[in-house]
Design a protein around this ligand. Structure first.
Ligand SMILES: Nc1ncnc2c1ncn2[C@@H]1O[C@H](COP(=O)(O)OP(=O)(O)OP(=O)(O)O)[C@@H](O)[C@H]1O
Length: 457
């Protein structure tokens, strides 16, 4: 038998040692048979360590802590028990966030329950963001543009950027992440590993005081809506990546936060499931009273879900506009390409655009000479020939086929042309067969002047 003092010391040493792992151990662990939570340090001691399990003193210590936590939960009136302390804001971890301390709004109609957003972000990602209640903003940009950093800054979870954040009338900047009224679905979902799907989903409602049976019913409904209701009893380790992602989404949506942050929530889903989940998400967002930021690399997702598209590059906003405006007038080659078009930056001349790569594009509708502009060309408007075409089109570039990929019933042909890098043509398989196209084929790409759209930057 270990003396209680020694056991306490050992427990502290364990906790300190586990604490070295930072974020990965700051989960909460449910005590069997209760709704109270304990720090994972104690949970791990009880679950994982044979020494700890056989140490009566340590067990007593854990039970004493559980009683203390239970009493504390009662004193603070939290039916779901106290959620664990937030990490240090500088600790860049991915622990799932505690649910926000806001009531569940039943209708969009009640203006008191609607949450506009005002944020000023500084650091790697820099922007000022204002959004009316019910706005969904797709955050897009190349890898490393600062999209995830933006979400983490809004949570107060990264030293790389700082956000002054107001939600509704509440200034939440000084609040720890779990008190901000923000629900976050990080890229890996970050479910509580020791809780079943339904308990994970019910977590936010329980901690807000919703009775257990009602919270589980509500959680089950969310899981059903997202097509994973039949997996309610499974733990995260027993779910596929796509299934876990849907459970994480259900958990965030069920929490009804003031601000919803989704980091590529549909990325792990196959095409059919993605369409179904996107539909469910759309329906939810239509009735959501807060602001939703959704990071995505999928243009369909951005256009289908968002009221605004926020384009980030190198931590700065390149464009913030409705999807139709971004599609019509993309403000960077990256966003135009994301939307499926060819795009090159250059300087306008009296007849078209001189590209930074040196080539010249003739456009039917030129801009004032000297203007910095983008030439945007739909892939369907690029014709491929094996011989140099005579007469029209006005723009002809010799090149080599680099890649051929199927896109629905058409083929996308990537052609390397001198001075016009990464030209994409979209043609039918029949046309490709007729031309005898394969990777390495020498071709001429033709573009009519009327198909070159110039967008001033
Ligand atoms: N933990 C970290 N420590 C230091 N730098 C980091 C860390 N995480 C990301 N960065 C850097 O911060 C910048 C922005 O990263 P961020 O993850 O926000 O980009 P992103 O737009 O979300 O990219 P992706 O599309 O690849 O997910 C990148 O240059 C990245 O290398």
């Amino acid at each position: 038998m270990v003396a209680p003092g020694l056991a306490a010391g050992a427990a502290l040493t364990w906790a300190r040692a586990l604490g070295e792992f930072g974020a990965t151990i700051t989960f909460a662990g449910n005590l069997p048979g209760t709704t109270q939570t304990l720090p994972l340090q104690v949970y791990l001691l009880l679950q994982e360590s044979p020494e700890a399990a056989t140490s009566v003193s340590l067990l007593l210590l854990a039970i004493a802590m559980a009683v203390l936590v239970a009493l504390r939960g009662r004193w603070t009136g939290g039916a779901g028990g106290r959620v664990p302390e937030a990490r240090n804001a500088a600790d860049d971890s991915t622990r799932p966030l505690d649910p926000p301390p806001v009531p569940v709004p039943s209708q969009k109609a009640d203006p008191a329950q609607r949450w506009p957003l005002h944020a000023v972000v500084s650091g790697f990602t820099q922007l000022t963001l204002d959004a009316a209640p019910g706005t969904t903003i797709a955050v897009v940009g190349p890898n490393g543009a600062g999209k995830t950093t933006l979400l983490r800054a809004l949570l107060g979870l990264t030293p790389r950027a700082h956000a002054e954040l107001r939600l509704g009338a509440t200034e939440v900047t000084a609040l720890p992440p779990h008190r901000r009224g923000v629900a976050w679905v990080p890229q890996d979902g970050a479910l509580f590993p020791h809780l079943s799907a339904v308990t994970n989903t019910a977590y936010g409602l329980r901690a807000r005081g919703v009775p257990r049976a009602r919270a589980r019913r509500e959680a089950q409904r969310w899981l059903d809506r997202l097509g994973v209701g039949h997996l309610a009893h499974r733990r995260p380790a027993q779910l596929s990546g796509g299934q876990a992602g849907r459970v994480a989404l259900a958990r965030a949506l069920a929490a009804r936060p003031r601000l919803l942050l989704l980091d590529e929530p549909l990325a792990a889903l196959d095409q059919t499931t993605r369409a179904q989940v996107r539909h469910t998400l759309r329906a939810h967002l239509d009735d959501f009273d807060g602001v939703c930021l959704i990071v995505t690399h999928d243009p369909v997702e951005a256009v289908a879900l968002a009221d605004r598209v926020l384009v980030l590059e190198d931590g700065r906003v390149v464009q913030d506009a409705p999807p139709a405006e971004v599609t019509r007038h993309p403000r960077s080659p990256w966003v135009a390409r994301m939307l499926g078009s060819n795009a090159w930056a250059g300087t306008a001349t009296s007849g078209g655009l001189t590209l930074s790569g040196g080539a010249h594009l003739v456009a039917a509708d030129p801009l004032a000479a000297g203007t910095d502009a983008l030439a945007v060309i739909a892939p369907e408007a690029v014709a491929l020939h094996r011989e140099r075409p005579r007469g029209s089109p006005r723009n002809v570039y010799p090149g080599t086929v680099r890649e051929i990929t199927a896109l629905g019933s058409r083929l996308r042909i990537l052609v390397d042309c001198e001075g016009v890098a990464g030209l994409v043509a979209e043609i039918t398989p029949a046309a490709a067969a007729e031309l005898g196209l394969r990777e390495g084929s020498e071709v001429f790409a033709g573009i009519k002047a009327t198909e070159v759209r110039l967008v001033g930057l």
